[in-house]
Design a protein around this ligand. Structure first.
Ligand code: 7TS
Length: 410
């Protein structure tokens, strides 16, 4: 028996006050964790404590509260560095989230290094936030975009990689886990293949960071992005990780306070990374809350979280195949903690509304994956996404609701 089976998950669930409520006179079932996860009391109390006792701006004031805020903010940077296995906290840039991290790289790195004829390689399963920023910079620089296709089973067509990963490719940016299919991509292999031809790699960790052990040095990536709110942390805070020499080569992105060493009316010199990329007052409370989320997740352990998530996901896939007329997307386990499906008779929006009326929070639509949906010939899917506080009983209840939906929409 795996150790995760010995963990008292019910007790852990009680750390999340929001889950204990009725929605439309039914106990809330929250299965929209791929969009955002809920926050444990430890994180909520850290935010409250910071605002009640220590709030001040960072790096500016020579007074007690400002030193406390600065120390806590910088300690959070160290905590993130340890958490992802970075070499130093100088490799950690705080951003607003995955989207902002990727835009930073596309605009600032891409703006400096991309030339006509260069290629940015992406995959067909990218979230719009790892697609649209590259389209914008490709248009400005004359670079081209290429895509690794997705097979019918939801995995990447790796047999095509040799012909796509040519010497024109300067950046290979791809997701660790697909937010619609649940596919876990072979990041270490993909990074090694890119490195072999001299391309940089950017890995979108949005769907993996809170769910499975992630070590950027073991993955071998140059850059990585994630959001605090998908890993039990606050909204509004995220991270761009970059190997030191890569970040040092990237010019400033946004200008303003905090990121300069000296300014005249005509010219400015800039701080080194990561501060060069953090113009203006950052989300101080968010960074501190993110460190609290990391402490919380590490007390449980992501290997155990993955085991528990996997048990929920496999059970959900097994139970959902019992429902006639429901088609599941994506590969078999091991996979991310989510299941996307389509019901022939019901549009995903209608099915999601039907579920909501019974206290069940699903997500229906294209999930910011329009090209991927088009690839599968679908307007969208309905998605149930899990986290460690969810239960098998909640999945049973979902199956019951979906069975009712089959009759309702027939
Ligand atoms: N990358 C992936 C793989 C994602 O799943 C998401 C958000 C993002 C990037 C963007 O993260 P953000 O924090 O910057 O917004 N995914 C989803 C989702 O699947 N449903 O809502 C948001």
């Amino acid at each position: 028996m795996h150790k995760s089976a010995l963990i008292d998950w019910e007790k852990i669930r009680a750390d999340f006050p929001i889950l204990d409520q009725q929605v439309r006179d039914q106990p809330l079932i929250y299965f929209d964790n791929a969009a955002t996860t809920q926050k444990p009391r430890a994180v909520i109390e850290t935010l409250r404590n910071y605002y009640e006792h220590d709030n001040a701006n960072v790096h500016r004031g020579l007074h007690e509260l400002s030193s406390r805020a600065t120390e806590a903010y910088e300690r959070s940077r160290q905590r993130v560095a340890e958490f992802i296995g970075a070499e130093s906290e100088e490799e950690i840039v705080f951003t607003r989230g995955t989207t902002e991290s990727i835009n930073l790289v596309a605009q600032a790195w891409g703006g400096k290094f991309l030339r006509p004829g260069n290629v940015v390689l992406l995959t067909e399963m990218e979230h719009h936030s790892n697609l649209v920023p590259w389209q914008l910079i490709a248009e400005k620089t004359g670079a081209e975009l290429r895509f690794v296709p997705v097979r019918d089973d939801g995995t990447l067509a790796l047999e095509k990689l040799s012909s796509l990963l040519t010497k024109e490719v300067k950046m290979f940016a791809f997701t660790h886990i697909s937010n619609s299919l649940g596919t876990i991509n072979p990041v270490t292999e993909l990074c090694a293949r890119a490195r072999a031809i001299g391309a940089l790699t950017l890995v979108d960790l949005a769907q993996s960071i809170g769910h499975i052990p992630v070590n950027v040095r073991e993955l071998g990536c140059d850059l990585a992005a994630f959001s605090g709110h998908k890993m039990a942390g606050p909204t509004g805070i995220g991270v761009l990780y970059g190997r030191r020499e890569i970040l040092e080569a990237i010019p400033p992105w946004q200008g303003g306070g905090e990121m300069i060493t000296s300014v005249t009316l005509q010219k400015t010199t800039f701080k080194r990374s990561p501060h060069r990329f953090e113009a203006g007052t950052p989300d101080i409370a968010g960074a501190i809350g993110l460190a609290a989320a990391i402490d919380y997740l590490e007390r449980i352990g992501r290997a155990d979280i993955f085991q528990h998530d996997s048990r929920l996901t496999s059970y959900a896939m097994e139970r959902l195949t019992e429902i006639p007329s429901l088609r599941l997307l994506g590969p078999p386990a091991p996979r991310g903690a989510l299941v996307g499906f389509v019901m022939a008779a019901a549009h995903p929006h209608d099915l999601t509304t039907f579920a909501d009326q019974r206290g069940l929070a699903l997500r229906g639509g294209h999930h910011c994956n329009q090209p991927l949906m088009r690839r599968f010939g679908l307007p969208g899917t309905t998605r149930a996404s899990f986290y460690f506080y969810n239960t098998l009983e909640e999945i049973d209840r979902m199956v019951e609701i979906l069975r009712d939906a089959v009759h309702f929409f027939a």
